[in-house]
Design a protein around this ligand. Structure first.
Ligand code: ADE
Length: 227
């Protein structure tokens, strides 16, 4: 999969995507992430990509021309399955969306700043709008990094144990059960006996029961959700 990102702050994306699992995904050639600095398409020599909003009001708006030129330039190289704008008023990201997006070949992400991007870009180029939660970030870059991570780890071959993404929280609309590691007794706090029993069938049942209980207590809304 290839993900292109248009941003005014490519540096913000570099670190989160150059370690651990995202690093492995890219070095194995399973994921390619290319950032493009929007200022390459600035309207003047000062690197301007934003302007005052029509109708007045505080805050700048990212202009049509640089964004349209950047998107059209990249579209000449390849066809994008989705052009996604990261924005707090988009659809909230969840595991189902991450699963769907992980099946695509080419995705283009647009990171907004200031008051956001000119509405005409949203109308004419953007195919999907995604929020990572009901709070406002200073820009779309950290949201883009979250999205790339959520998608990238699902690509076949990225995780060592291919089943491990399947047992993540949310994959069955269930939160994960509790997990434990050595020692079996820490300050008198014991690991549940069942996990030491070696009975894999019973352990699976226990884990499923714990996942259900945890979901009922913490996120009952998930249990009514379509898979
Ligand atoms: N840009 C600013 N806040 C955001 C959010 N919550 N999700 C996605 N993009 C954003």
């Amino acid at each position: 999969m290839r993900i292109d990102v248009i941003t005014v702050l490519p540096e913000l994306l570099e670190s989160p995507l150059s370690h651990s699992i995202m690093k492995r995904a890219q070095s194995k050639g399973l994921l390619q992430v290319h950032t493009h600095n929007l200022r390459q398409w600035a309207v003047n020599e000062y690197g301007q990509v934003d302007d005052y909003q029509y109708g007045g009001g505080a805050g700048m708006v990212m202009m049509c021309e640089p964004l349209a030129n950047a998107i059209e330039h990249l579209q000449k190289e390849r066809k994008y399955d989705e052009i996604i704008y990261l924005t707090p008023d988009g659809n909230t990201l969840n595991q189902k969306t991450a699963n769907q997006l992980s099946l695509l070949e080419n995705i283009l992400l647009i990171c907004g700043h200031y008051k956001g991007i000119d509405e005409r870009i949203r109308e004419h180029y953007i195919t999907r709008e995604i929020s990572i939660g009901d709070y406002v970030l200073s820009g779309g870059e950290l949201a883009a990094a979250v999205l790339v991570d959520a998608i990238g780890r699902l690509l076949p071959g990225v995780l060592n144990d291919e089943t491990s993404a399947l047992t993540d929280s949310f994959q069955d609309n269930l939160l994960s059960p509790p997990v434990y590691t050595r020692p079996a007794d820490f300050k008198g706090w014991k690991v549940p006996d069942i996990l030491l029993s070696g009975d894999l069938k019973k352990i699976d049942e226990w884990r499923h029961e714990q996942a259900l209980q945890r979901t009922e207590q913490r996120r009952p809304d998930l249990l009514d959700r379509e898979l």
